[in-house]
Design a protein around this ligand. Structure first.
Ligand SMILES: C[S@@+](CC[C@H](N)C(=O)[O-])C[C@H]1O[C@@H](n2cnc3c(N)ncnc32)[C@H](O)[C@@H]1O
Length: 217
C-alpha cells in the first residue's frame, strides 16, 4: 500500500474512533436520560426487538401516510418504524425530553422523521402544525402510570381525536393503568403480554371505529 493511502486509511480509522467517542451509544444516551428524568422516562432498558415486531404487526404499512410516536426516547421503535414505512410516509416523534429529540435529529438523518419536543397531550395541534388532519397509527411508550394527574386522560382523548377512522393506538406498558385512560375513548381494545422484554410488557391495540368515524369521546 503506498504511504499516502496508508496514511488516509489510518486517519479515517482515527476519525471513526474519535466520532465513536463523541457520539454516545443509544444505550448510554437512554441511561443518561433515565438518570436525569427517572419518572418521565419510566424504564432503564429500551424495548426488545420481539416487543417491537409484535407491537407493529397489525400495521398496514402500504396505506400508512402518518405514524405518530409518543416517547421515542433514543429511537428504539423509531428506527424499525422508518424501516417499514413507505417512501412517502411521515413519522412524527414527540418527546418531552429535549435531549432525546436532539439526539434523534442528529442520529437519524431521514427526511421522513419529524422529531418534536412537546407533550403527547398536544398531539392534535402538533399533527395539524405539520400539515396533516389525522394520523393512521399512534404508538406510545410513555409511562402512563406515573404521568401527572389529568395528563393520561388528556392523552387518551386527544389520541382518539387525532386518529383516522379505522386507525389504531398501539401502547406498550409495564402497568395496566393505561387501560383506564384509553377505554372511555375506543370501542375495541385488543390486549397481549410480551415476556421477552425487560421487564415483560402489557400490550394494547385500541382501534378507532370505522363506522362512526369517531372514538367514543
Ligand atoms: C420508557 S421511555 C420509552 C423509550 C423507547 N420508546 C423504548 O421503547 O425503549 C418513555 C419516554 O416517554 C417520554 N415521555 C414521558 N412523558 C411524555 C409525554 N407526556 N409526552 C411525550 N413523551 C413523554 C420520556 O421522556 C421517555 O423518553
Amino acid at each position: 500500500m503506498p504511504p499516502s493511502t496508508a496514511r488516509s486509511v489510518k486517519s479515517r480509522r482515527h476519525a471513526a474512533r474519535f466520532n465513536d467517542r463523541r457520539a454516545p451509544s443509544p444505550r448510554w444516551q437512554f441511561l443518561r436520560g433515565f438518570l436525569k428524568h427517572p419518572v418521565m422516562v419510566g424504564s432503564i432498558i429500551p424495548s426488545s426487538r420481539t416487543l417491537i415486531e409484535r407491537m407493529l404487526k397489525p400495521v398496514d404499512w402500504e396505506t400508512t401516510k402518518l405514524v405518530v410516536e409518543y416517547g421515542p426516547g433514543v429511537g428504539t421503535f423509531t428506527r424499525p418504524i422508518l424501516e417499514k414505512l413507505g417512501d412517502k410516509g411521515v413519522l412524527i416523534a414527540i418527546d418531552t425530553n429535549a435531549d432525546f429529540i436532539r439526539y434523534l435529529r442528529e442520529s437519524i438523518p431521514d427526511e421522513r422523521l419529524v422529531a418534536v419536543t412537546g407533550s403527547a397531550a398536544d398531539v392534535d395541534q402538533i399533527v395539524h402544525d405539520h400539515g396533516f388532519d389525522h394520523a393512521d397509527y399512534v404508538l406510545s411508550g410513555i409511562p402512563f402510570s406515573t404521568l401527572p394527574p389529568g395528563v393520561g386522560d388528556a392523552i387518551g382523548k386527544a389520541t382518539a381525536k387525532v386518529l383516522r377512522p379505522g386507525g389504531a393506538f398501539l401502547v406498550y406498558q409495564f402497568s395496566a393503568k393505561v387501560f383506564d385512560f384509553i377505554s372511555p375513548h375506543f370501542d375495541r381494545i385488543d390486549r397481549g403480554f410480551e415476556w421477552i422484554n425487560v421487564p415483560p410488557a402489557k400490550l394494547f391495540w385500541a382501534w378507532k371505529s370505522q363506522s362512526t368515524g369517531k372514538g367514543k369521546a
